[in-house]
Design a protein around this ligand. Structure first.
Ligand code: AMP
Ligand code: ZN
Length: 141
């Protein structure tokens, strides 16, 4: 897609540090890494987010993420790897081409803000009502 920075990376118009590629997927280093090894996995077909990406591309991205994660684990020996995927400006998505972040965690580093939230029990009535709304919209019986 014209004017999409990640499409330009796939086409080679913008340079990147590629770590993996197949017929559907491209994976490269994030240039503003949260930690060493921070990698982005993207579909070659442009899709803005989880709503837009095809099931085939979604599967391919997540299968590729297993391979790339194995490489990260083998070489960097992180204490864990966070997989992060944001949808929409309200979720702080900045680049509107679907991407899965693989963020290696280093022992002793502070929690990622997104994974270190305070555990507080919710209101069970409210949780139930919300579940019913969502499942009703899915028509899954
Ligand atoms: P998000 O908030 O999930 O949309 O994150 C977009 C990510 O893309 C950020 O972590 C940026 O550092 C990363 N990014 C933006 N431009 C580039 C680029 N040219 N090469 C590599 N990573 C990039
Ligand atoms: Zn794109």
């Amino acid at each position: 897609m014209k004017d999409c920075i990640f499409c330009k990376i796939i086409n080679g118009e913008i340079p990147s540090f590629k770590v993996y590629e197949d017929n559907r997927v491209f994976a490269f280093m994030d240039i503003n890494p949260i930690s060493p090894g921070h990698t982005l996995i993207i579909p070659k077909n442009h899709a803005a987010n989880l709503m837009e990406i095809s099931n085939e591309d979604l599967a391919a991205v997540h299968k590729a993420s297993k391979k790339v994660m194995a490489g990260i684990v083998a070489t960097l020996q992180p204490s864990g790897v966070a997989c992060l995927q944001l949808n929409g400006a309200g979720a702080n998505q900045v680049v509107f081409h679907y991407h899965l972040h693989l963020i290696p965690r280093i022992p002793g580093e502070p929690d990622l803000p997104v994974s270190g939230w305070e555990i507080k029990p919710g209101d069970m009535g409210e949780i139930k009502a919300t579940a019913e709304k969502i499942s009703g919209a899915l028509n899954n019986g």
